[in-house]
Design a protein around this ligand. Structure first.
Ligand code: GDP
Length: 195
C-alpha cells in the first residue's frame, strides 16, 4: 500500500471510545524503545506520526491511526504486560484484555521485537497472549541493519525458538533504516485486511 493519508484519530481506553465506523484494524505491540513507532512510520512514509500521541509515560491508551480511510493501526501501549504471568491473565490490564478479546474489527496483531537479541519475557508473553486468543500474528524482528546479513538466519531461528513461534503465523526481518521488509509487511497486512 502506498500511503498518502494517515491520521491520528483517538486515544481510547474503553470500547465506547473506539471508532464506530466498522473499518478493520491491525494492532501493534512491543516493548517501549523496541522500534515500534519507527516501524509504523516506515510503513506510512512519515517521520513521526506514531510518536506524537504515544509518548512514554503517558497514560495507557490504545491509539487509533486511520490509514487511507481504509483501516486502523491500533498502537498498543508498550508496557503493562511486563509483570503478568500466564496464570495472571485474568488480571491483565482490563483495557488490553477487553480490546483483544472483544474487538471484532481486529484482523491481526503485530508484535515488534528487537531482532538483535533473543525475545524478552514480555515479548514472549505478548505473543502467547495473542495466540491464546487465536489472533493471527505477524512477528516483526526489527533493527536488522545492525546485524550482518550472514547472521540473519541464525537470529530468525533464535527468535522463533524462544517464542515457540507457530507455523500459521508470519515472520518478517525488518529495518526502519533500510526499509528491508516493508513490502513484505504490507503484503501480509493487506492480506489480513482483505484488501
Ligand atoms: P518505540 O518506543 O518502540 O516506538 O521505539 P522507536 O521507534 O521510538 O525507536 C527507538 C530507538 O530505536 C530510536 O532511537 C530509533 O531510531 C531506533 N530504531 C528503531 N528502529 C530501528 C531500526 O530498524 N534500525 C536502527 N538502527 N535503529 C532503529
Amino acid at each position: 500500500m502506498n500511503v498518502n493519508q494517515a491520521e491520528f484519530i483517538i486515544s481510547a481506553v474503553s470500547p465506547s471510545q473506539y471508532p464506530q465506523d466498522g473499518l478493520p484494524e491491525i494492532a501493534l505491540a512491543g516493548r517501549s524503545n523496541v522500534g515500534k513507532s519507527s516501524f509504523i512510520n516506515s510503513l506510512i512514509n512519515r517521520k513521526n506520526l506514531a510518536r506524537t500521541s504515544s509518548k512514554p509515560g503517558k497514560t495507557q491508551t490504545l491509539n487509533f491511526y486511520l490509514i487511507e480511510n481504509k483501516f486502523y493501526f491500533v498502537d498498543v501501549p508498550g508496557y503493562g504486560y511486563a509483570k503478568v504471568s500466564k496464570t495472571e491473565k485474568a488480571k491483565w490490564g482490563p483495557m488490553l484484555e477487553t480490546y483483544f478479546t472483544q474487538r471484532e474489527n481486529l484482523k491481526a496483531g503485530i508484535v515488534v521485537v528487537d531482532g538483535r537479541h533473543a525475545p524478552s519475557k514480555e515479548d514472549i508473553q505478548m505473543y502467547e497472549f495473542l495466540k491464546y486468543y487465536q489472533i493471527p500474528t505477524i512477528v516483526v524482528a526489527t533493527k536488522m541493519d545492525k546485524i550482518p546479513r550472514g547472521k540473519w538466519n541464525k537470529q530468525e531461528s533464535l527468535v522463533k525458538k524462544n517464542l515457540n513461534f507457530q507455523k500459521e503465523d508470519k515472520f518478517i526481518l525488518f529495518s526502519s533504516e533500510t526499509k528491508q521488509g516493508k513490502e513484505q509487511a504490507w503484503e501480509l497486512i493487506e492480506g489480513y485486511l482483505g484488501l
